[in-house]
Ligand binder design. Sequence first.
Ligand code: ATP
Length: 223
Amino acid sequence: MKKIGLFGGTFNPIHFGHLRSAEEIFDSFHLDRIIFIPSAYPPHKITDGLAPASLRVDMVHLAIAGNPRFSLSELEVHRPGKSYSVETIGHFRRQFGSETDLYFILGLDAFLEINTWKQYTALFELCHFIVMNRPGFENNFSREHLPVELAEDFCYDEQKGGYIHSSGYGVFPKEITALDISSTKIRDYLQKGLSVKYLMPAPVEEFIYRNNLYQTKDSESVD
Ligand code: ATP
């Protein structure tokens, strides 16, 4: 059975918090690949200050270059309208078939909002979830973090280290090296003219300066 990680995000811009956590998850879950999936129009985020999707894709491309564990999908960027995970996961389910296990990767901050996602109950019947801790959010994942309406559908499996849904797919909390980096912080530093060195790969940083992203109000645009 192949195991593929799906890592969705706005990646506005991508940073070491994303990259290091993906690297650790790849090892812990013995994945065959992690696919980074930049979203076009995230339904749950304020799109002020969102760099054009094509440029966010370019930055992910630069960030993962040379790492054979990682790849990039432009699926959401090319799909018209908002980016819904249920459609994205469904797409990869069809593409990879039943011989591949899919693991959707997200931070606890995002997981706590999952009950606002489109058809969220269906998500737990489509793939596994890996939920990473994130500085600033409660560290220890517990049963209370599961969507209240669905809590009874999950059973904790000590051996598997996760909450297993009646569908057979699980929610696996994963402790990763805590890096208190966010895209918001990076955009804020850039606006203030502060250095963003060592928060992201150097080629991404160079790309941001070359394209004058995030540094002025004028550079904020959505494509
Ligand atoms: P923003 O600050 O603009 O909200 P972000 O830094 O949270 O952006 P996203 O692209 O929204 O980045 O993140 C994609 C996914 O990666 C989300 O599930 C988020 O929880 C997770 N993530 C982002 N940064 C970290 C981090 N430093 N540690 C762990 N998970 C992270």
